[in-house]
Design a protein around this ligand. Structure first.
Ligand SMILES: O=c1ccn([C@@H]2O[C@H](COP(=O)(O)O)[C@@H](O)[C@H]2O)c(=O)[nH]1
Length: 235
């Protein structure tokens, strides 16, 4: 898998996305999430793909197993490289997602890797206790979801950098730890709670980093991306 930092294309529409991508000369690894997909649908995936970029389609599916299986079957034909579900949907749902992905991938095409969100990087331990009524520590909860995800046969998880090393030790180095919540030193956290720098992420066991506003909100996004790459690749 491509290990370049994944840029979160959290834009309201195609015009903004193309304006952003047009500033880059190289092929990127980008993330299309709910904001963009809800506006533009599969067309934006096709158009970004046509430009030669790798795509993480971040729709975080979470429903009953049959529904997720069918939805994943539909997504499988869109030619993306990475897709995801919520681990809280349970083992049967994740197995269904994998079955749907296998069934929907066109013959001869490469199947997307499937990962599961553990605890969102915007969540704190206190909020998890108060709102989800999970009595474990946040790290234990993330680790539990990672192990459940591995048992279901998926390729890895979305977690924060703070849990990446423990997941690597428990689930093995091949099991992906995809970490959003990346900020440059002293950068504004916004709604993120469990954050780290790109070099901290590499040191602490991330396999892939997801970076949105630190790049898309920069005055010079190409320069900001290069700075992220330099820190990520330095270690
Ligand atoms: O736990 C999660 C899962 C997904 N995300 C997504 O990553 C990006 C992060 O954007 P920033 O601007 O760098 O904060 C965003 O698209 C989220 O939907 C996450 O942050 N945390």
């Amino acid at each position: 898998m491509n290990t370049k930092p994944i840029i979160a294309l959290d834009f309201p529409g195609e015009k903004e996305v193309m304006g952003f991508l047009g500033q880059f000369e190289e092929k990127l690894f980008v993330k299309i999430g709910m904001e963009l997909y809800m506006q533009e649908g599969p067309t934006i995936v096709r158009k970004v793909k046509e430009q030669g970029h790798d795509i993480f389609l971040d729709l975080k599916l979470h429903d009953i197993p049959n529904t997720v299986k069918s939805a994943m079957k539909g997504l499988a034909g869109q030619g993306v490289d990475l897709v995801n579900v919520h681990a809280a949907g349970g083992r049967m749902m994740m197995e269904g997602a994998l079955e749907g992905l296998e069934a929907g991938t066109p013959a001869g095409a490469k199947r997307a890797a499937l990962i599961a969100v553990t605890q969102l990087t915007s969540t704190t331990e206190q909020r998890m206790h108060d709102e989800q009524k999970i009595a474990l520590s946040l790290k234990e909860s993330v680790l539990h979801y990672a192990q459940l995800t591995k048992q279901a046969g998926l390729h890895g998880v979305v977690c924060s950098v703070l849990e990446a090393q423990a997941i690597r030790e428990a689930c093995g180095d091949d099991f992906l730890r995809v970490t959003p919540g990346i900020r440059m030193l002293g950068g504004e956290a916004h709604d993120q709670q469990r954050i780290a720098t790109p070099d901290g992420a590499k040191k602490d066991g991330s396999s892939l980093i997801v970076v949105g506003r630190a790049i898309t909100g920069a005055v010079n996004p190409v320069k900001a991306y290069q700075e992220v790459c330099n820190l990520w690749e330095a270690n």
